[in-house]
Design a protein around this ligand. Structure first.
Ligand code: HEM
Ligand SMILES: [Ca+2]
Ligand SMILES: [Ca+2]
Length: 314
């Protein structure tokens, strides 16, 4: 990942100035490219560090979207689940320090701005004034692509998310690529439109897998339908599991609902557990409208669909 740091200004600045700096110097002038995808992923890896079960057992449950992944980077980046996020963590630390913004605020702000660069995305709410993190997130709170569905759902529920929320949050993979599972084919996308927030991802994952885009040697990967597409084991399983298949298929033809349910779940991810945050949503830009209906990739059709429940007919 490349970014140019020309913003070594210190002292408190206003949110529109932070926006301008991020857009110009991290997101390439407002693009939905690599840096944007990584910033969106980081909102999850910081926010998911929160466990009701640990808290109930009298232990530290983690501070959620508290910026701990930046503040305690040396601890949290040692977790293999965070592989690939190093550059973004250090870049956002720089922007947060330069603008005197808390790390938790910076991560959620950058994620909302990054998402706004992707056509078709919802305009996320943004609240500010998260206090500094007090400790690193406890280990093993980030779902792994090799986790069985029940385990992913249980972990997500422990962090406050229903199975439907989890399905909705995975819309983020519509603007994502992999780099670390098979590094020999870094930047292979999860759908055919990785720079557009659309329901192609929900449709394409139901196509029968036919081969691997690269070496195909990781248990985190299963066969995908296209040579140019990467399929995570957990994504494929969640799309087909009885607890989540209906919610999954319901998002394919309804991009308005996909946007709304993603936005609601992201609000939980970003704000859960905080009181007294200040609504700063108007500063988040709107994305370019994208309403093209999802379509089968060339050479694929309904006969290639694998589904565990039969509601998909087109
Ligand atoms: C629930 C279980 C989830 C699992 C197991 C999972 C796993 C992964 C994995 C293995 C990658 C590839 C990383 C790499 O090799 O570079 C990835 C990428 C990504 N994930 Fe997830 N993820 C999950 C949920 C989420 C959620 C909830 C979000 C956001 C709200 C998210 C956002 C992203 C994005 C944007 C990327 C692409 C990053 C890039 O292009 O650099 N993921 N995810
Ligand atoms: Ca955290
Ligand atoms: Ca897409």
């Amino acid at each position: 990942m490349k970014f140019v740091l020309i913003s070594a200004t210190h002292g408190r600045m206003t949110t529109p100035q932070v926006l301008g700096d991020l857009q110009a110097n991290l997101f390439g002038g407002g693009l939905c490219e690599d840096q944007a995808s990584e910033a969106i992923r980081l909102t999850f890896h910081d926010g998911i560090g929160r466990s009701a079960a640990l808290q109930a057992a009298g232990m530290f449950g983690g501070g959620g979207a508290d910026g701990s992944i930046i503040q305690f980077a040396s601890v949290e980046l040692a977790d293999p689940a965070n592989a690939g996020l190093e550059d973004t963590v250090y870049a956002l630390k720089h922007f947060a320090d330069a603008h005197n913004v808390s790390y938790g605020d910076m991560i959620q702000f950058a994620g909302a701005v990054a998402l706004s660069n992707c056509p078709g995305s919802p305009r996320l709410p943004f609240y500010t004034r998260r206090p500094p993190a007090v400790a690193p997130a406890p280990p093993n709170l980030i779902p792994a692509p090799t986790d069985p569905v029940e385990r992913v759902l249980a972990r997500m529920e422990d962090a406050g998310f229903t199975a439907e929320d989890t399905v909705a949050l995975l819309a983020a993979h519509s603007v994502g690529t992999q780099k670390t599972i098979d590094p020999t084919i870094s930047n292979t996308p999860f759908d055919t439109t990785p720079r557009v927030f659309d329901s192609q991802y929900y449709l394409e994952i139901l196509l029968r897998g036919t081969g691997y885009p690269g070496r195909g040697r990781s248990p985190a990967e299963v066969k995908s339908p296209l040579k140019s597409e990467f399929r995570l084991t957990s994504d494929a399983a969640i799309a087909r599991h009885p607890k989540t298949a209906c919610a999954w298929q319901s998002l394919i033809g309804d991009q308005d609902r996909m946007r709304a349910s993603f936005s609601d779940a992201m609000m939980k991810l970003a704000n859960q557990g905080y009181r007294n945050l200040v609504d700063c949503s108007p500063v988040i830009p709107s994305s370019r409208v994208w309403d093209r209906a999802p379509a089968y990739p060339l050479g694929k059709g309904v006969a290639d669909i694998e589904q565990s429940i039969g509601i998909l007919s087109t």
